[in-house]
Design a protein around this ligand. Structure first.
Ligand code: ATP
Ligand code: MG
Length: 696
């Protein structure tokens, strides 16, 4: 799509009137404060990246910076290093007693691990893996809760050169099975379960289900005891299942780090599946770590004094790059939280073992005596004095929906920087985040990147770049991002087009695990018909640049609508809707239309205080009509949605991204596509009925 660029108002998104220069005190002490960094990196990106790579600890220094045979890149050739050494060992002399991880469980249990303690645990667990026959190049599935052991396990894999494949702990048995078989893992690391909204999530039981005739290669399962007696029953298969704590008890605290080549595989991670079947992304050692380290240091302005919190689960790439590898390679202190953002235990809980429990539920499992608490995030920030918060627009919009009182009741004064990732952040949500969470003084870094890119690609350097709500601003130094037309020609400011990356970068994916053909086809074939087109990386997102060179992400190319000859982006229509006082969240799709080609259809979540009562048809229709009118006024009549459906929920991936392709299926009355990565399948069924009902 995206063949032309005439839009009734091409500036609707990019002409935000507000902009925010870096606060002067922030700019003065920022890690990146020389604006020349952009020019220098653009002139010689390889030198820029080599400088960063040299900040790693090398066993043997690299000889060649880059070998580029499109679409295959090799970075830092000839170099030997170990990732766990770079994330742990090298900080021991100067930061041995500094906390590496500060963990809070959903029931309120808190645990801190210093770099020295982390080192002990990583070495021990590396020896455990070795003793079970796991070696260099072997794949290991991690199906773990957000506890320190998840980080320990990832680092232990890197210590012995094993390739980890983390599978989000909220995924089903089927997803675990599919991903484990795809990577060919012979061992699964899991836990008995974990806490979520006061209930136990029985991970081990789900693992058993996945293993029932399902994963022929898996020989051993190591089980972390997180719930212990709080779980009514647990099956341990003799000969296959082993307890984590028993294995580590007598393991040696010293494990010689494996000498890894720069290009040795580091991990496999499947994408979140917003657009279809997940892809097994392969990242390698030195380039990935260089990208994660450099971006963490400069985009989050990481300092030794920071307590940094990225809310992403380690099951996503954000959890890999910005919970584990980026911050730890910089020697930072990372905050980890196990549970749900809107839940807490009550003060009168009783404790069993380390964690709070109360009465038994129907399955005989104990539940933690908790209740909904929409201030949980803000309480933790105030309690631990967190300084940097990195989260997703979906959570920010949920907090907006819950109301301003929750953050207002807490001292968030420790915060100095905020970040956003995962989806475009609507200007309205950006401004809310800035005012209600950042107290008006924290720079916001809106970071565009992908599982495939390994590290942040487009985001402000917070001490240098003036931000505009809704824009991810500038490509990171050394990243050659551009907006082009279908022929790969660079487009001028104000013209919507296709985002591309023109040059390789160290943390780029190397291939899709076991499927190089699909790798070529998905990311490198879009422009293969034009000269040099085989070296243009195609991320699949639409974008537009403004006069100041800022990038505005418009959503997926596949989701862009062609209405009466005009390209409309999901981001523009959704942002216009979210600007309406009653709207908390919106998803817009194009449905096939006889005359217009496509017609916009909006699915809208209303803020709680403005939501019409269930069954009040008149109020519902009035609000829908008002919203159609609002969009039409804001963006022009052509953008007016044909239907506005008010809904309590939207279909999202487990990582919180809206799955627009399913909404298209609903609006066009098709059979619903692949839903395995959907967080709550009931939402789709509900919307389907609702849509059919309202259309007729
Ligand atoms: P799949 O590729 O399987 O469909 P996915 O694309 O959702 O899954 P991720 O790699 O987790 O998997 O997500 C990357 C995508 O998320 C980007 O391509 C982009 O569409 C979106 N995205 C991430 N951050 C931002 C951001 N700051 N602004 C706009 N879009 C973003
Ligand atoms: Mg993707």
């Amino acid at each position: 799509m995206l063949t032309e660029t005439t839009h009734p108002d091409p500036s609707s998104l990019t002409h935000q009137t507000q902009s925010f220069a870096p606060p002067s005190d922030f700019a003065e002490t920022a890690n990146a404060k020389d604006p020349d960094i952009y020019r220098k990196a653009a002139e010689d990106p390889e030198a820029f990246w080599a400088d960063w790579a040299r900040r790693l600890d090398w066993i043997t220094p690299f000889k060649t910076v880059l070998e580029w045979n499109p679409p295959h890149a090799k970075w830092f050739l000839g170099g030997k290093l170990n990732v766990s050494v770079n994330c742990v060992d090298r900080h021991l002399a100067s930061r041995g007693n500094k906390p590496a991880l500060v963990f809070e469980g959903e029931p309120g249990d808190v645990r801190t691990l210093t770099y020295s303690q982390l080192s002990v645990e990583v070495n021990k667990f590396a020896n455990v893996l070795k003793s079970l026959g796991v070696g260099k190049g072997d794949r290991v599935s991690l199906y773990l809760p957000m506890t320190p052991e998840a980080v320990i396990a990832m680092l232990a894999c890197t210590r012995i050169g094993a390739v980890h494949s983390v599978i989000f702990g909220g995924f089903s048995a089927e997803s675990l099975q599919e991903r484990t078989n795809d990577s060919g893992a012979k061992i699964i690391l899991t836990a008995d379960g974990y806490w979520r909204r006061g209930h136990v999530v029985p991970l081990k039981a789900t693992t058993d289900e996945a293993l029932k005739d399902g994963c022929p290669l898996v020989e051993k399962v190591i089980v972390l005891k997180r719930l212990g007696d709080n779980l009514s029953s647990l099956h341990m298969e003799p000969g296959r299942d082993l307890w984590w704590h028993e294995l580590t008890e007598n393991a040696s605290m010293e494990c010689e780090p494996e000498v890894m080549d720069s290009e040795d595989p580091l991990f496999i991670l499947h994408t979140s599946g917003s657009t279809g079947k997940p892809k097994g992304i392969l990242h390698t050692t030195a380039g990935y770590l260089t990208g994660a380290m450099a971006t963490s240091k400069l985009v989050f302005d990481l300092k030794d004094s920071d307590l940094y919190w990225c809310t992403a689960d380690i099951g996503w790439v954000t959890g890999h790059s910005y919970v584990v590898y980026g911050p730890l390679s910089n020697g930072a202190t990372v905050f980890l939280y196990e549970g749900s953002p809107d839940w807490s235990v009550s003060p009168d809980f009783s404790t069993k073992g380390e964690i709070a429990v109360s009465k038994e539920n129907e399955e005989g499992n104990l539940t933690s005596p908790g209740s909904q608490n929409r201030s949980r995030l803000w309480e933790m920030i105030a309690r631990h004095k967190i300084t940097i918060l990195y989260t997703a627009p979906t959570l920010i919009r949920a907090c907006m929906k819950w109301g301003d009182d929750h953050p207002a009741g807490h001292d968030l004064g420790s915060l100095r920087l905020l970040g956003s990732v995962g989806e475009p952040i609507n200007p309205e949500a950006w401004l809310w985040y800035h005012k209600h969470i950042g107290g008006g003084h924290c720079p916001i870094v809106d970071t565009w990147w992908q599982t495939e890119t390994g590290a942040i690609m487009i985001a402000p350097l917070p001490g240098l770049v003036t931000t505009k709500p809704g824009s991810a601003t500038k490509p990171f130094p050394g990243i050659a991002a551009d907006v082009v037309d279908e022929k790969g020609e660079s487009l001028p400011a104000g013209q919507k087009g296709i985002l591309v990356i023109r040059k390789p970068w160290p943390s780029m994916l190397r291939t899709l695990w076991g499927n190089d053909e699909r790798y070529r086809q998905v990311y490198w074939s879009k422009f293969s018909g034009i000269e040099g087109g085989e070296s243009l990386y195609f991320p699949g997102d639409g974008a537009v640049k403004d006069e100041d060179g800022n990038f505005w992400l418009l959503g997926r190319i596949d989701d862009i609508m062609l209405v009466a000859g005009h390209n409309l982006s999901t981001m523009e229509l959704e942002s216009a809707l979210v600007e309406h006082y009653a709207v908390a969240e919106a998803a817009v799709i194009g449905k096939t239309h006889d005359i217009k080609g496509q017609a916009p259809v909006a699915f809208v979540i209303i803020r709680e205080q403005f939501a019409p009562k269930i069954g009040d048809i008149e109020a519902i229709h009035a609000l829908s009509a008002e919203l159609k009118e609002h969009v039409s006024k804001k963006l022009g009549a052509i953008c007016r949605p044909d239907d506005v459906i008010l809904t309590a929920d939207l279909p999202k991936t487990r990582s919180g991204k809206i799955m627009r392709r399913l909404l298209r299926d609903i609006a066009e009355g098709r059979i619903i596509g692949d839903t395995t990565t959907l967080a709550d399948p009931a939402i789709v069924a509900g919307l389907k009925d609702k849509y059919a009902g309202e259309e007729s």
